[in-house]
Ligand binder design. Structure first.
Ligand code: AMP
Length: 185
């Protein structure tokens, strides 16, 4: 499994779509999963920009990951976001058969991110929610440090580049590390 991480506005979802379409990886976004739920409590938390509580996250993620038959060609977007979630993932890796091969870290400058977010118009993109989302998103830094300390490779991608430029960097990173047809099914 490959993780894709980055601050809001780094272009994670956009790049994930391209990775899925052009490289054939199987993409799962926890943000999209939560957007699909009709639980009013979860919807309210999401719209505020805060992170959903771990008890909900673990339940949903465990169910989804367990039922996905891929490991090598699986792209996980949006999880883990905190050190606790990273611990959970490492502890459950064998059980759910999802092992982190490497992490694509999309680094973006603040000005570029703000400009991109301005044009998006999602329900959870109000100025207030965005500020909270940015604060919550900073938890990714200690999370990455923790995973790095566990010996997991972090691949830095310059996400200030154009969509195609970023995708080329990602494609090179993935093809250098993942065998085509790496999963049997
Ligand atoms: P995203 O599309 O990845 O920015 O996620 C949108 C929203 O879904 C976040 O602002 C959180 O409210 C929620 N969410 C997604 N993934 C997680 C996670 N791993 N832990 C907690 N909340 C999450």
């Amino acid at each position: 499994m490959i993780l894709i991480v980055g601050m809001p506005g780094a272009g994670k979802s956009e790049q994930s779509v391209l990775i899925q379409e052009r490289l054939g990886l199987h993409w799962l976004s926890t943000g999209n999963l939560f957007r699909e739920t009709d639980d009013p409590e979860i919807n309210e938390i999401m719209e505020s920009g805060a992170l959903v509580e771990d008890k909900h996250v673990f339940k949903l993620v465990e169910h989804k990951l367990r039922n996905v038959g891929y490991d090598e060609t699986f792209l996980l977007d949006g999880f883990p976001r905190t050190v606790d979630q990273a611990h959970w993932l490492l502890d459950h890796a064998d059980d759910i058969n999802k092992h982190i091969r490497f992490i694509l870290f999309l680094g973006v400058d603040d000005e570029v991110a703000m400009e991109r977010l301005g044009g998006r118009g999602r329900d959870d993109d109000t100025a207030e929610a965005l500020e909270i989302r940015k604060q919550e998103a900073r938890k990714i830094e200690p999370t990455i440090e923790f995973l790095k300390g566990q010996g997991i490779e972090i691949v830095n991608i310059d996400a200030n580049d154009t969509i195609e430029g970023v995708f080329t960097q990602i494609k090179d990173a993935i093809t250098a590390r993942v065998e085509p047809g790496g999963d049997e099914d």
